[in-house]
Structure formats: C-alpha cells, structure tokens
Design a protein around this ligand. Structure first.
Ligand code: ZN
Length: 165
C-alpha cells in the first residue's frame, strides 16, 4: 500500500473520537513499516489490549477503523477462519472484533462484528511470513489471488462501516 505518515494515520479514523485517535499507540514508526507488503495496516494497541486498529486506502482516501476485541470467543467451535484473509486459527489466535459504524449510526451504538486474525497480521500470513498454528484447508490459489480475495473482503467491510444511512 502507499505509505502513510503518522499525522495521516491519526487523521484517518472514521469511527472513534479525536481524543482516541490522538492518543492511540502506533505499531511502529511510520518509516519502519513495510508498506509494500501490506494491503492494510492492522495492529493491537500495545497499551490497551482490547483495542485494535485497521488503516487502509479505500477509494483513494485513507480510512482508519477503531475496533474492539471481545473476550475469548464463547463459541463451541475449536477453530475458525479470519474474515479478511481466510487463515484458519485455533480460537486463541482468532478474535471477535467489533467496529462502531461511522457517523450517527455508530454514536447510536450500531456496530459490525467479524472474526479476524487476533494479531491482525493477515498480510504476513498470506505471504507466508507468519505461519498459523492450525492446519489450513487445501486451496489452489496463488498468493496474489488470496490477496485479491482479502482486499475484496476488506473493502466490503469498510463500505459497511461507512454506510450510515
Ligand atoms: Zn487474517
């Protein structure tokens, strides 16, 4: 993805207060982030474990989403799949994230939820830079095809968060 600077990242958030955006902890200094290997920047706030952030280019604009991780899933399933990258994880490595919708809808308490890689490192899983613990289903897609599929899901999610009417 096209590189971003810290002020751009902080200004991008569509579903949290200016105070939260200003106070959140970035994953690294912007110059240290490997932008060409990312479709989105995703991270857990190192100082607030339940908080997570996703920042990406969406229709030529930078959009940042503030997410909340639920406590460990109460599902009876033993594993599940990330809603972005499709990586299968045991429940310890999967989190249910909720995103407040943008605008008044979010202020009224409307959220969207999805299971995602708990560390939000989807881009690294897809490139084989991180290995999931769980066994993956056999799939005959190239890395590029998997990335394209993730981008479709990502943008669909962002579109839903931004839909305020
Ligand atoms: Zn993922």
């Amino acid at each position: 993805m096209k590189p971003l600077g810290e002020p751009e990242i902080r200004k991008s958030f569509v579903n949290c207060s200016k105070g939260e955006a200003k106070g959140l902890t970035l994953p690294a200094r912007a110059v240290e982030i490997p932008w060409p290997e990312l479709e989105f920047l995703g991270w857990r706030d190192p100082k607030a474990a339940s908080r997570a952030y996703v920042v990406l280019w969406h229709e030529d604009e930078v959009v940042g989403l503030s997410l909340r991780a639920a406590d460990q899933p109460t599902s009876r399933l033993k594993s599940g799949m990330c809603g972005f990258c499709g990586t299968v994880h045991g429940l310890a490595d999967l989190s249910l994230f909720s995103s407040r919708r943008a605008g008044q809808s979010g202020k009224d308490g409307n959220t969207l939820g999805t299971y995602l890689c708990a560390n939000l490192q989807c881009c690294r899983y897809l490139r084989g830079k991180l290995q999931p613990d769980a066994i993956q289903p056999a799939e005959h897609l190239t890395v590029d095809e998997r990335i394209a599929r993730m981008e479709t899901k990502l943008h669909r999610f962002v579109t839903q968060v931004l839909e305020t009417r």
